[in-house]
Ligand binder design. Sequence first.
Ligand SMILES: Nc1ncnc2c1ncn2[C@@H]1O[C@H](COP(=O)(O)OP(=O)(O)OP(=O)(O)O)[C@@H](O)[C@H]1O
Length: 670
Amino acid sequence: MDILKVLSRGIKPNPKNKAQTAGATTQLPSAGALPRPQLFHDPISSRGKKRKRRRGAQDDEPDEDEEELSDVDYFAPKKPAPEAAPTDVEETPKKRKIKLLDEDECRQILRSHRLKFMILSSQPQAEVNLEEEEPASKKKSSKKKKKEPESKGEKDKKDEHKKQIFPQPLASFGELRHTYDVSQQLAANIAAQGFRVPTEVQMASLPLLLRPATALKKSGGADIPNIDNGADFLAVAPTGSGKTITFLIPAIDGVLRRRAEEGRENDQHVLEAVVVAPTRELASQIVNEGRKLAIGTGVRVVLMKRALRLATEEVEDEKSKDEEEGSGGEQESDEESEEESEGEEGKTSKEAKPLARVDILVTTPKILLNFLSGKSGARRILPSVRSLILDEADVLLDPLFRKQTMAIWRACTHPNVSLTCWSATMASNVEALVTKHLSKRAKKTDSPPRPLIRLSLHDELKYDIPLEAGGSARVAVLHSSMADSARSKIMARFRAGEVWVLVTTDVLARGVDFAGVNGVVNYDVPTSAAAYVHRAGRTGRAGREGGVAVTFYTKDDIPFVKSVANVIAASEKQAGKAGAEGAAVQKWLLDALPKVAKEDKRKLKVRGVESRRTGGKATITTKSSWERRREHNRAQAVEASKRRKRQRREEGPEESAGAVPEGEWGGLED
Ligand SMILES: Nc1ncnc2c1ncn2[C@@H]1O[C@H](COP(=O)(O)OP(=O)(O)OP(=O)(O)O)[C@@H](O)[C@H]1O
């Protein structure tokens, strides 16, 4: 990593040497915003004449010679997001609906952006065990039956149940208002974010999630059963491609639409959407994004806290499928939860508190599950929730979190609750698990199953500070055993550019969006290609070029470097740099790196690189070597005094006369 690049990230432009710093900031990958944050613009196939897209030519539609957007100065004092005053929002008249593209044009545009939609009909029952596998640490020693790799024929047979569809792509955010009936205020809030062009995941998902019948009208939507009732959705799109607002916009729109249909007032709040994220940092970030989009709409986006009281119903807990709800996942630090149990106005959790005014709840699995577990023998359900959104869904449905996530899903008992799953990496077993659980639900509620649609982008993208500059204050550490208040402070300082180097763990590997990150250093080899993609995806956000990802490895790690090298090679191939001069991964390197056995891959995922462990503990720690040596000496001294006591007991009183008197410390061994 070019340390100068990281250092200059935090240097405020100094008028005296403006030219120099200006040069430095413009070279930084995080400097400036891309006029077009889309990853792919493949030439449109010659098939059929591509009609000039005059759809909704909006003021925010960038014309080809879009002037370069001004460089974003991440350290300028934050201007509050402009409040769109209701008056000027009302003034903009609703524009006429545009003519929808026909199926062939949709196909060409989606293909040129490498977007693929599949309807995953009810596939043959997937092998995934719903009552999920025990986390690896609890797995019984039962021999896993070896699963033969699928033959081509079997895979094709399974795929024949899937059908490709070509919904209307969103050409500009302006279309949301006049084609997909998004509220004026919401449309104004999106415009106020300064987003000009939808990213691929937004272009593909928003029409389908907002008005599926309209989105599919021109491409055989009519023959998709129950599509008017919406669709369940799996979206696989690159890190930093704008998935957060892609699921928030339909959630907010859904609340506003149902409120209008039911004639409810703005101050009548009903919990209608739940967003689940694997870490508190990511959940807090999603709340911030949601509140910016909900300004002036009356929709309340709230972060789950222990003191929050939600409108629920209590039911008999037939079999607490999630008895060990604490079996894994993000651990709330105790002192923090004590603090939170004070809740608002310092009331103790015992006193009845008013119901929280929430329309969209954002939570980590464990804290919501603790709330739902209710009194013994009963559990709480959330019958009003219409939309369950899983961000970083592959982590939430990983055996470690799966029990908790499935319990939350079961608590959303509305017969029409929709499920949307979002991640940059989605293994096929997640797809199978979701498919199976959806068909199980459909049977249970004997409501006609809704279509499950998977969107994949490009076939799943198989990713010493000088004192005058602030010194070590520019470096900070963040990991999950810290108190939440400390973690929040570090996050705020990193976002504000006070901290330049953040030493952290996989707790920040996914989802968290830091616009100004120029580099990611993997101190240890990531435990899977997906882990590498997410970690490296903390830089290069919204399509920005130039971020750098560096992975350190020792000779013990060599067997595990191949998965990282494959991801780098794939991304270089996509960028057209494969094998070129200066490409990071040359073919000879890929060929020379040893393949990893499946069993080793599994072990790596669960325990990291074995050789780094001594005595079952990872040797990567945030303690300094001085502290470690001091602890080691103290442990040795305690050991020595225990040994002397044991000797004295064995020798009896006269023989041990020369020993150090009881209780006196005999000094360090070495
Ligand atoms: N249409 C857009 N144009 C420009 N920037 C955008 C657009 N949509 C989102 N962004 C910005 O892109 C950045 C990344 O967005 P976001 O965090 O939602 O990505 P993500 O896909 O969720 O990433 P990850 O997979 O790491 O969770 C954010 O700073 C967001 O403000």
